[in-house]
Design a protein around this ligand. Structure first.
Ligand code: GLU
Length: 305
């Protein structure tokens, strides 16, 4: 497997020269576009990797699956989906259009920013610190990595430049569709996006999802099978922004991308995958990362469809 990953990584390096690193969050513009890493965690717990697999980057939108699972565990399916929908939008991740024009009370799904801010508002806890602490602890548990923490520079950068997210949140608040204080909810949202991970962490989280909520390395159940199923389904339909349909056709793996350049994949009953390449295409997905996922899917016949 390591040999396969090396071959895939080497043949995808050329794609790191295409696209651009994200710049709308200034801290992300410091990323090195040449970085490229991949890690696979099999359900027997074995780990395989290549390239910059241990390089750290921020989760960004990948954190949306963490908060979705936590919100579902805290509130149940019925309550969560009374606040946020489960339909793909075909619009960009930070679009405000659907909220205003189509359904003012409910963001379309938990993978666009408006929907993720809504799910974050549903996380249980007395204080901001307690809520972000729970998100961090859950991420640490799923990645078997107690060192996971928040990159403070990215967090401050997000906070300084997060006016679109403030607009989405105030819009939802103005229609009383979101409960709680906007500033507090965004504080948590900006921090969750700034959680630092490597490809190994992503692949382990993917492996837990692939294993229906049981940690492959200990046999402990941490998420119900039902919540894993909901999460993987939403990853298929909405996980790659407005490129989710194409990704499903060509790659066919439940996945979630982030503008930090990471993509997390969960191949049911098979493996978790983490890839990293910060150069993004126009829709905000890692160009070389998608190439690697596509080659891996073809080579190992991982397309679930
Ligand atoms: N922190 C980013 C934002 O809210 C996350 C976006 C993403 O990864 O798609 O704009």
């Amino acid at each position: 497997m390591n040999k396969t990953l090396n071959t895939i990584l080497e043949s995808s390096k050329i794609f790191t020269q295409e696209g651009n690193v994200a710049t709308y969050i200034p801290e992300l513009s410091k990323a090195n576009p040449n970085n490229l890493g991949i890690c696979v965690v099999a359900l027997d717990g074995k780990e395989y990797y290549s390239g910059d697999y241990d390089k750290k980057f921020t989760m960004q939108s990948i954190s949306k699956i963490i908060t979705l699972m936590l919100a579902l565990m805290d509130n149940g399916e019925e309550k969560v989906f009374s606040y946020v929908g489960a339909e793909p939008t075909g619009d960009s991740f930070n679009s405000i259009a659907n909220l205003e024009v189509k359904n003012i009370h409910k963001p379309y799904n938990p993978m666009i920013n408006a929907g993720a801010i809504m799910t974050t508002s549903l996380i249980i806890g007395q204080t901001i610190e307690e809520k972000i602490g729970r998100i961090l602890d859950f991420t640490r548990k799923l990645s078997n990595n107690n060192d996971i923490s928040i990159d403070q520079n990215t967090y401050f950068s997000e906070k300084e430049t997060g006016d679109r997210n403030r607009s989405l949140a105030y819009f939802m608040k103005s229609y009383n569709s979101m409960q709680g204080k906007v500033d507090d909810i965004l504080e948590i949202y900006f921090q969750q996006c700034s959680i630092e991970v490597s490809c190994i962490d992503l692949a382990r989280i993917g492996a837990v999802l692939a294993n229906d909520g049981v940690l492959p390395w200990s046999g402990e159940r941490v998420i119900s099978k039902h919540i894993c199923r909901i999460t993987k389904t939403i990853m298929v339909t909405c996980g790659l922004y407005d490129a989710s349909g194409e990704f499903a056709i060509h790659i066919g793996i439940p996945a979630k991308s982030g503008v930090g350049g990471g993509i997390l994949g969960a191949v049911p009953k098979e493996m978790g995958i983490g890839v990293f390449g910060p150069s993004l295409d126009a829709k905000g997905n890692s160009i070389a990362g998608i190439q690697m996922m596509q080659k891996l899917s073809k080579k190992l016949n991982l397309n679930i469809f």
